[in-house]
Design a binder for this molecule. Structure first.
Ligand SMILES: CC(C)(COP(=O)(O)OP(=O)(O)OC[C@H]1O[C@@H](n2cnc3c(N)ncnc32)[C@H](O)[C@@H]1OP(=O)(O)O)[C@@H](O)C(=O)NCCC(=O)NCCS
Length: 146
């Protein structure tokens, strides 16, 4: 990973990969109203040599209950040529680190995962909470600081 730099980016910088990788046929799904909220954090993985962003992920902080702070991630995409090389797992680790540094309470990190990616999330320690929207999405969660 030494040629790649993980860090916060502007939400507009996520749009290219969101469109290309996640929603090539649904451009209206690329931008979220919540993107600009101050409870949203956007991250990219940048190739240090050419500054190209090869992975994006966005975190949306939710309510803090007595038990944990709720944190959903959305619009997670690794560019096609870089998938299945460990970058996705690395980015999940980095957002977990970001949250653990930010909060000293328990954190519920979750997403509505595409069903075909369930195995990927399992490998990073997530478990199924429930299936939503028929069989297309599955809610995957992981407790941090547990
Ligand atoms: C899903 C995605 C973010 C995963 O990132 P990635 O960089 O391709 O995955 P990694 O290489 O880090 O995979 C980590 C491990 O999970 C495994 N894995 C990856 N995708 C998997 C899948 N769909 N099912 C089962 N295992 C999978 C890898 O083989 C690897 O296993 P290993 O640790 O034993 O070697 C990426 O492939 C992607 O952007 N896909 C298209 C868009 C998408 O579906 N986004 C997520 C929406 S929920």
């Amino acid at each position: 990973m030494e040629n790649y730099e993980f860090g916060e980016i502007e939400f507009q910088q996520t749009y290219n990969l969101r469109l290309k990788v996640l929603w090539p046929n649904n451009p209206e799904k690329v931008q979220l109203e919540e993107d600009a909220l101050n409870t949203a954090f956007h991250f990219g993985l940048k190739n240090k040599i050419n500054n190209e962003i090869i992975g994006v992920i966005s975190l949306f902080l939710g309510e803090k209950s007595e038990d944990y702070v709720d944190c959903q991630f959305r619009k997670f995409a690794i560019d096609f040529n870089f998938q299945k090389l460990g970058f996705g797992k690395y980015m999940l680790g980095k957002i977990s680190e970001f949250l653990i540094n930010k909060f000293d309470c328990k954190i519920k990190l979750w997403c509505n995962a595409r069903i075909e990616q369930e195995g990927f999330y399992n490998k990073s320690g997530f478990e199924e909470e429930w299936e939503t929207k028929g069989i297309k999405f599955v809610k995957m969660k992981k407790l941090l600081n547990n």
